[in-house]
Design a binder for this molecule. Structure first.
Ligand SMILES: NC(=O)c1ccc[n+]([C@@H]2O[C@H](COP(=O)([O-])OP(=O)(O)OC[C@H]3O[C@@H](n4cnc5c(N)ncnc54)[C@H](O)[C@@H]3O)[C@@H](O)[C@H]2O)c1
Length: 285
């Protein structure tokens, strides 16, 4: 259902790889809400081809860019303003990748070149994106810039590895730059901390299925899916949230405020083998 929340707005969406991508859903919802957009992803992702179908469906130009390259980012904003006919109102950073996770290097045996890449791709690219946009004066007053984060920035979750450090940096960049860009141009910058979601990036996380099941049992509202995340992004791009900035906004069904739920406790208890001791009492262990 459309509420015309983004009527007349121009947006740039980074990170739609395939139909499962959160950015894919956001792009679809943004256009449904009346926005015109451009899409960007790495030259390799663009060559893989799935994003072409999305571009055609949404009438959105695809601008290849490695988000770690300042030069590429300058091209994305210049071309976006040209094809969309003016300054940009919203930007989505939906980018994450860890070579250490890919190569299964555990957190106590990280490759440091790979760690630099993780941080550059998953966090510093957000800074580069915002710095480029600001220098080019590419964002309208009260424009909204969003990145997607995960609760591993605050709490340790087995298997999330160096992406936890990248997310902590990402959220910090939103605050530090949010202050400057807000003060000077009324541009707001936030992160949405999303539930575990089965996407290409998500499925790279060790034990993803168990993590999703655990989070689902722990959350009073259950996990938030990619479509629901897209809805939240739309609200954050809209004029309904003009005074929200420098925030990390949890979109996780309540997970981040929970300690232990009845559903998780029930499953936990089931996991113990039941046996009788020498007195005939039922024990678990
Ligand atoms: N899936 C989850 O469980 C989950 C949960 C919370 C937050 N997030 C975050 O959501 C965002 C989107 O991920 P997703 O789950 O939709 O997975 P996805 O794999 O569909 O998206 C990740 C995107 O990053 C792009 N990318 C990688 N390196 C890049 C580079 N150098 N330059 C430009 N783009 C590059 C990929 O091409 C891909 O499109 C990521 O920041 C991710 O960490 C995901």
């Amino acid at each position: 259902m459309s509420y015309n929340l983004l009527k007349g707005k121009r947006g740039v969406i980074f990170g739609a790889l395939n139909e499962m991508s959160i950015a894919w859903k956001v792009a679809e919802r943004a256009v449904e809400e009346g926005a015109v957009i451009t899409l960007s992803n790495t030259p390799m992702a663009v060559r893989m081809g799935e994003i072409t179908a999305l571009g055609e469906k949404l009438n959105a130009e695809i601008i290849p860019a490695d988000a770690t390259s300042v030069e590429d980012l300058e091209k994305v904003f210049a071309r976006s303003m040209e094809v969309l006919g003016g300054k940009i109102d919203f930007v989505l950073h939906s980018i994450g990748m860890s070579p250490n996770v890919r190569k299964k290097r555990p957190y106590d045996d990280l490759d440091y070149d790979m760690l630099s890449k993780t941080l550059d791709i998953s966090a510093i690219s957000f800074h580069k994106m915002i710095q480029v946009a600001k220098k080019m004066d590419a964002i309208n007053e009260y424009g909204s810039i969003l990145a997607l984060s995960y609760v591993a920035a605050q709490r340790t979750l087995f298997g999330y590895n160096d992406m936890a450090d990248a997310k902590a940096l990402l959220e910090s960049i939103a605050r530090s730059f949010g202050y400057i860009y807000g003060r000077e141009k009324n541009v707001r910058i936030n992160t949405i901390s999303q539930s575990p979601t089965m996407t290409t990036a998500g499925s790279g996380v060790k034990g993803m299925e168990s993590l999703m099941d655990f989070a689902n049992r722990m959350s009073p509202l259950g996990n938030a899916n990619a479509d629901e995340c897209a809805d939240y992004c739309i609200v954050m791009f809209s004029d309904l949230t003009r005074k929200v900035t420098m925030q990390n906004l949890y979109h996780d069904g309540g997970f981040s405020s929970m300690g232990m739920s009845l559903r998780a406790m029930t499953q936990y208890n089931k996991s113990f083998d039941e046996y009788r001791n020498e007195k005939g009492e039922i024990c678990y262990g």
